[in-house]
Every structure is written in C-alpha cells, then in structure tokens.
Design a protein around this ligand. Structure first.
Ligand code: GLN
Length: 452
C-alpha cells in the first residue's frame, strides 16, 4: 500500500482509485474482519484514513463495537476528523475494536474478532486491532486508534506497524467516546515513522472544545525529523522478568543496536510494575463506570423493548446492550467508587498513580527516553488467554505510560522465530514526541525490517 507521505502528493483522481482499491481489498480480506461494513468517506476529497469506531464522524453510525450503540448516528465530527479534513485527508472506513476499547485482543467486539494478517490464527492485539490489522494487511494507508492503556502501541506491535500514543492533552479528545477520560488519547497507527509524524502533526494542537487540551500549537515533527540525533536512553533493571525469553533477547539486541548507533544507554530502576496493573485497573474501571452511565437507552443507540417503567428500561437496555467484559468493568468501577471502599481502593490508586509519575520524572532527570518491550510476548493465538486477569496482566508494559500521561512510540524491531513481529517502545518526556520520532526514525532505517 502507498505510504501516507506519497498519498499526500497524489491527485484527487488518483486518490479515488486508491479508495476503490481499498474497498476491493476490504472485500478480499473480509476474513480478517478489520473494517466494520463497507468503507464510506467523510468528505469526497483527501487521503483516506481508517478510523476506530469510537471516534465520532458526522453522519456515520459510531458504535464502539457495542450492541448498545447500534443505530447511533453521530451528529458531529470529532476535532481530529476536522483536522484531517484541514490536512488533505478524510475519514474512510470504521475500524473494528474491543467493545468500548476494553480489551487487548479485539475479541470483545460485537462484530466478532479481527484476525492478525501476519498469522490469522493469532490476535491482532487490542483494542485498536482493526486499525493495526488493516494497516499491516495493506488495506489502509494509515489509521487512527485510541490508547487508554496500550491500545495503539500493543496492536501496532503485534501486527508490525508503528503506533504513537501522544502526551496526554496533545491531541483533542473532543468527539472520542470516553472510556477512561484521564488516560485516553487518540493517536496514529502507520506503516512507518515518517507517516506517523505526518499524521500526528495533522491531529495535534490545542482545542478549546477539550478542557484537558494543552495550550500548545500543532506539532511540526515531520519537517524536523532527524535520524542523526543521539540520545541518552534508559533501560530498567528487573523490568524484563515478566517477558518471554524471545522478548528478553530482542530487548538485549535492541540495546546493542542503539549502542552501535552511538546512543548512550543508562541503567535505571523502577518500582515493581505489578503496581501499574492494580492502579490502572482501579482507575480505568472507576472512570468507565461513570462514563458509561450515559448509555441508558434514553439518549443514544439501542433501547430495550417491552419495558414496564424507567428503571426497567435502564436495566433491560444495559443488560442486553453491554457485553460481558464491559459489564465486569462497570461493576468493578462502581465497587471501587462505593462508599466504604473508595478510600481503600480509589484514593489509594490515585496516590500510587502520583508515585508512578514521580518515578518516571526521576528517570528523566538523567535520560531522554526509556526503552521497554511493548508486551510480554508476540501476538498470542486465539484462545491462549484463559481469564480476564491473565489478559489484564499482559498490559504490564503499556499502562504505566498512560497513568503518567507520557508520550510513547511502538515500532517493530525484529521477527520472532516464527516470523511474527516483535516490537519495542520508547517512552519520552511530556510533550517531547519529537525525540521519540527522531530516535525511532534512526532505528527504523538502521534495522530495515520487512515482513512480507
Ligand atoms: N488493554 C487495556 C484495557 O483493556 C487497554 C485498552 C486501551 O488502551 N483502550 O483497558
């Protein structure tokens, strides 16, 4: 598939042909189930960008891959969609995802699972699995995903794409259907680092419609992209104990490559990362239980039939509309916020969140960025994860970044024995996406990995 950089230089006629080709490929690859429905465009001109099904596009049915939102037609564009239009791009197609972005495999979608194009017996990752599978499979030029606890970086890693989770506040969340508002960020999933910078520049910048949006102009990382900059990169002692041996080896190999390129490696320590899991799953479920309270059958999407009264309407609509994982999280979140348990769980988690942030800040006093695996393994086979807890534990490397609001890029650094993508991530200082993109650009050129 043509790159985003190249596509932006094409005529509208040529882009029309590419859209036709994408639609054709979506049919050819329907078994992967990366797109929800046949792709349509948000406006009739521009480079087509695939959009995760939790970002509002005017006049599109937007459902967060949930039965409860079926029939909801968005009356407005999210700010990122408006920004795409201003940058010569358009929304083209809805990407499959885990229901309400809760999951790490894209198996919780009401439209059925998405398959990994590199090996269809494996998950594409989640929750932005449709976005990553389509880019990796060659039937999307680039895509937008959302990352609450790894949902851009981990599927990008499992499928062999580049994924960027921007600094919290860098990209407007206006029009992103909230999962956990203090963690969510929209970001690009692309074929390479250059495209990642281009798409990031297009969607970043202050937005008065989002009160948590940072007072900073749009970035210009692409024009400044510099593969020759050298950095001080931290590696974390004891951080790899949860990773498979193959990932551990790849980590050591990446360190050697970075050193041979002239980067300086420094060793640092961090609090036991198991705290990241407990803190994240308390905070994200608490916020989700509150954010998802609005889906009650009165205002959006599906409404249960044959109800006796208002309470019955709420109960039936929510019982029928939400899937199992979403219900689990609403219950968990309501529990940790309930009086009597609030202090024991929620307020404690907020304190640990501060501590985690402080630990990253301490590391950044003496390093420009941190090298970390994206996930403890390569993309698992379907059915390999046996319990929700096991799935939560696989988020070990991605969620600390969201708790601290930091930017982080995931990029392929090699192949496993079976030829599957292996990815690493670089975690940066707040609002220093430029350094992450520069370092990744250099690494990408040095490694020159191809999957086909
Ligand atoms: N897997 C994590 C979760 O289920 C992250 C999801 C995300 O980033 N949206 O919450």
């Amino acid at each position: 598939m043509v790159t985003l950089k190249k596509a932006l230089s094409l005529t509208q006629e040529e882009l029309k042909e590419i859209k036709k080709e994408i639609t054709h490929q979506v049919h050819e690859n329907s078994e992967l189930n990366a797109y929800i429905d046949e792709p349509v465009e948000s406006i009739s001109s521009g480079v087509p960008i695939l959009i995760k099904d939790n970002i509002n596009v005017k006049n599109w049915e937007i459902t967060c891959a949930s039965k409860i939102l079926k029939g909801y037609v968005s009356p407005y564009n999210a700010s990122v969609i408006e920004k795409l239009h201003q940058s010569g791009m358009c929304a083209y197609g809805r990407a499959n995802m885990d229901e309400f972005a809760m999951g790490s495999t894209t198996e919780t979608s009401c439209y059925g699972k998405t398959k990994n194009p590199r090996d269809t017996s494996r998950v594409p990752g989640g929750s932005s699995g449709g976005s990553a599978a389509a880019v990796a499979g060659g039937f999307a030029i680039a895509a937008l995903g959302s990352d609450t606890g790894g949902s851009i970086r981990q599927p990008a890693g499992y499928c062999g794409c580049v994924g960027l989770k921007p600094t919290y506040g860098r990209v407007s969340r206006y029009g992103l259907i909230a999962y956990s508002s203090s963690l969510d960020q929209i970001g690009p999933i692309t074929q390479n680092v250059e495209d990642c910078a281009i798409l990031f520049d297009a969607i970043s910048g202050h937005d008065k419609m989002d009160s948590t949006s940072a007072l900073l102009p749009s970035t210009q990382t692409f024009s400044k992209l510099d593969r020759d900059r050298r950095f001080k990169i931290a590696i974390l002692d004891g951080y790899l104990k949860d990773a498979d041996i193959e990932i551990q080896r790849a980590y050591q190999e990446t360190i050697r490559t970075l050193e041979s390129m002239g980067h300086q490696i420094v060793s640092k320590t961090m609090l036991d990362t198991s705290y990241h899991i407990s803190t994240y799953y308390i905070i994200c479920t608490a916020e989700a239980s509150s954010n998802l309270a609005r889906f009650d059958g009165v205002r959006y999407g599906n409404r249960a039939q044959h109800v006796d009264n208002l309470k019955d309407l709420y109960i039936k609509t929510r019982s029928q509309g939400f899937g199992e994982e979403v219900k689990r999280r609403i219950m968990l979140g309501s529990f940790v916020l309930s009086s009597g348990y609030y202090d024991a769980y929620y307020s404690k988690a907020q304190k640990i969140r501060k501590l985690i942030h402080k630990q990253y800040e301490d590391i950044f006093c003496d390093a420009d960025m941190i090298l970390s695996p994206v996930a403890p393994s390569v993309a698992p086979k379907f059915g390999a994860t046996h319990s929700p807890l096991e799935m939560y534990l696989s988020d070990i490397y991605t969620i600390g970044v969201n708790l601290a609001g930091l930017p982080c890029i995931s990029l392929p650094i090699g192949k496993s024995k079976e030829g599957l993508p292996v990815a690493m991530q670089l975690i940066g200082k707040s609002f220093d996406e430029q350094s992450l993109l520069d370092a990744s650009y250099g690494l990408e050129q040095n490694l020159d990995i191809h999957f086909d």
